[in-house]
Write a protein that binds this ligand. Structure first.
Ligand code: SF4
Length: 369
């Protein structure tokens, strides 16, 4: 049962592969995050990658500011369960080094590398190792001449910058790339991606850059990415938050879930509560969110405070709880099958949701076998 029937028709794009993850074409929209440890610190960086992967990240980006970081990356790559994009600025030798060490994608803007033979060397290395390139244009680091021409980082300026970098890849006949044109202003970013989507067939990496903290960044990213994804634009997303990368992954999935593009883990449908509530809805939902965060199989769970909206929501969810005095109605697949004492809701629900998710995971695995 899927509560969101998505009307979204995705823009057809050329498919590329970031390690084992397909991006573009008919591949699911992937969720990325980026480490914020010092890359030279192998232990912390690897731990952060693992935590992001556990939260569902399809791809993780790691910045490689120094040759020392490039050396550390060799070990970090070995330990990572997910493909890694290496983020490099200016120094082409770092790009060559990490390509050798197993980078799954190079994020580097060809136009910033400098000499033509160096640009060609990076493109040749990507080709030789079979890895794509991501061009990443950012409103905060636009070329001076474009800022002079447009006065500020306008959507047109971002796209012109992106197309300059694209021109290098086209010149050397390297079509396996994706592009981002990020801005911290939602309208600028959205219009830039719209413009760019009409110019190239390559996949687009969406993001609102420097979006803010957990709350403000989540809202800005949801609005900006939501608009684009609804229009079918976007093949991979990164929510940028001044917060733990795990939060970026969670928010990324919630955006995709709310648009019916992808599903992962428990999709809670819960009421805000009011004086009619028959139990502590907020407490139950927050505790279940924590306890069930390891579940990856998608399950719609309605947790509703009373009979006003309870039965209706529970009948369209896979699991539901409709609040009632003393004992609340428990639903599975739209049918009320039991009543649970309001004094032990969290433990009972955790156990039942886990059992349901386990059965569903086994069923899905058998169907896909
Ligand atoms: Fe209030 Fe019931 Fe609505 Fe929840 S479902 S907000 S408890 S009326």
């Amino acid at each position: 049962m899927n509560r969101v029937n998505s009307p979204i028709k995705r823009r057809p794009t050329r498919q590329i592969h970031v390690g084992k993850v397909a991006v573009g074409g008919d591949a699911p929209v992937s969720v990325q995050t980026m480490t914020n440890t010092r890359t030279e610190d192998i232990e912390s960086t690897s731990a952060q990658i693992l935590a992001a992967a556990k939260a569902g990240a399809d791809i993780v980006r790691v910045s490689i500011p120094t040759m020392e970081a490039a050396e550390a990356f060799r070990e970090i790559r070995k330990r990572s369960p997910v493909p890694l994009v290496t983020d490099i600025h200016f120094d082409y030798r770092i790009a060559l080094r990490v390509a050798e060490y197993g980078a799954d994608c190079l994020r580097i803007n060809p136009g910033n590398i400098g000499r033509e033979d160096r640009i060609k060397a990076v493109i040749d290395a990507a080709r030789e190792h079979g890895i794509p390139i991501r061009i990443g244009v950012n409103g905060g680091s636009l070329e001076k001449d474009l800022l002079e021409k447009y006065g500020e980082p306008t959507p047109e300026a971002l796209v012109e910058s992106a197309m300059r970098h694209v021109a290098y890849l086209e010149k050397y006949d390297f079509p396996d790339f994706k592009v981002s044109v990020k801005a911290s202003n939602v309208f600028t970013a959205v219009d830039a991606y719209r413009l760019l989507s009409k110019k190239i067939e390559q996949p687009l990496h969406l993001g609102i850059t420097e979006a803010g903290g957990l709350l403000t960044g989540t809202v800005k990213s949801s609005v900006g990415l939501g608009m684009l994804l609804y229009e079918g634009i976007g093949d991979t997303i990164r929510v940028s938050l001044s917060a733990d990368p795990v939060e970026e992954v969670k928010v990324g999935f919630e955006i995709l879930k709310s648009l019916g593009i992808r599903s992962r883990g428990i999709n809670f449908i819960s009421c805000p509560t009011c004086s009619r509530r028959e139990y502590d809805v907020i407490g139950v939902v927050s505790e279940l969110e924590k306890r069930l965060s390891d579940i990856s199989v998608p399950v719609d769970v309605a947790i509703i405070g009373c009979v006003v909206n309870g039965p209706g929501e529970c009948e369209t969810a896979e699991i539901g709880l409709a609040g009632a005095r003393g004992k609340s109605g428990y639903y599975e697949n739209g049918q009320r099958i039991d009543r649970i004492d309001n004094s032990c809701l969290v433990d009972e629900l955790e156990q039942r949701i886990r059992a349901y998710a386990g059965n569903k995971a086994r069923r899905l695995a058998a169907e896909n076998a």
